[in-house]
Design a protein around this ligand. Structure first.
Ligand SMILES: Cc1cc2nc3c(=O)[nH]c(=O)nc-3n(C[C@H](O)[C@H](O)[C@H](O)COP(=O)(O)OP(=O)(O)OC[C@H]3O[C@@H](n4cnc5c(N)ncnc54)[C@H](O)[C@@H]3O)c2cc1C
Length: 291
């Protein structure tokens, strides 16, 4: 399909954008239209425009936790990917806008000898996406160091303090709103100590997790169990449908080997759910969001 790059009120948009450009699953197909605001002003303008006119749309960051279905192809998307990164430090505090990649934030914090992002630095998402998902790894969640989150809802910008926010396991209370930025309280630490933790986590990640197109863990871990273990023990490791495969390295990852489509990935998701339920009577819940 021909890609049309254009501008709307000075905001870049791409008609018939490839899903590969907005989701790390890289599944086949195109979505109707993706807007790429360059700053918060453009982002807010679009968000209000779509909300007020009740146009089905979705704000996305790096697309590292979303699987776009045939229904999702008809949405309008606002991607924060091309926005200017904004991060400002004040003593032990830092204010970060939604579009900043977590890895970028970690590097900046390290340069300022501030600890708080080294456990989650390997997560390939943006601050907005990570807050929405309460992303976490190696025993830490992004919500731990949050002081407040600035959001746009019903055309009003508000700062919500941590004590008024509900974070759960890969879950938050941010529904029908735009996350604009957040302020974090961090801890002064020696740069070497921060970096050692990061490097240890990085090597554990590459040892345990597969490479290739994916959205990380497909399912949340049920209480007392690891979803990967349950799937593996049903003999599903390496199972393939089309060009999608349950990773033979980590059974909670579904990899798009090259050109898988939504149906291939969805088939494997359903297969894992069915087999795990049959064997353990446990209902697996998706961590990834199917749009
Ligand atoms: C290889 C790999 C490893 C991963 N490892 C981990 C891990 O260890 N731990 C973990 O928790 N996750 C992991 N993930 C999943 C993913 O990276 C995280 O969930 C991440 O936080 C998603 O951020 P994103 O910017 O890509 O969000 P997206 O996937 O773009 O969006 C996720 C959700 O956030 C919403 N959203 C995004 N930006 C905004 C905004 N500004 N305002 C309002 N809503 C917004 C979207 O609408 C969507 O509902 C991994 C993914 C991959 C590919």
């Amino acid at each position: 399909m021909k890609k049309i790059k254009s501008q709307f009120y000075g905001i870049d948009f791409v008609k018939d954008e490839k899903i590969q450009n907005i989701s790390t699953y890289h599944n086949k197909g195109h979505v109707k239209c993706v807007f790429y605001p360059k700053n918060s002003k453009q982002l807010i303008f679009l968000y209000n425009l779509f909300s007020i006119n009740k146009i089905p749309f979705k704000v996305i960051g790096n697309g590292s936790n979303i699987l776009i279905s045939p229904k999702g192809k008809n949405y309008f998307y606002i991607s924060t990917k091309n926005m200017r990164h904004y991060i400002r430090f004040n003593k032990n505090y830092c204010t970060i806008n939604c579009s900043c990649p977590i890895s970028f934030v970690y590097q900046k914090c390290l340069a300022n000898s501030l600890s708080g992002f080294e456990n989650i630095a390997g997560i390939p998402g943006t601050i907005g996406g990570a807050i929405k998902m309460n992303a976490g790894s190696f025993g830490s969640n992004i919500s731990e160091n949050i002081e407040y989150v600035k959001i746009l809802k019903n055309n009003k910008i508000t700062k919500i303090k941590k004590e008024n926010l509900n974070f759960g396991y890969r879950n938050s209370s941010f529904k029908n709103c735009l996350i604009l930025s957040a302020r974090f309280k961090l801890i002064k630490k020696d740069q070497n100590t921060i970096q050692q933790v990061f490097l240890k986590n990085l090597s554990l990640r590459s040892e345990k997790q597969p490479r290739g197109y994916s959205c990380g863990s497909v399912f949340k871990n049920p209480q007392h169990y690891s979803a990967g273990f349950l799937i593996e023990s049903c003999g599903l490791k390496g199972k393939q449908k089309g060009e999608a495969q349950i990773s033979s390295k980590h059974a909670n990852f579904i990899i798009n080997k090259q050109n898988a489509d939504y149906q291939d990935i969805k088939y494997l998701i359903n297969l894992c759910k069915k087999e795990v339920y049959k064997k353990y009577k446990i209902k697996l819940k998706c961590e990834i969001e199917i749009i």
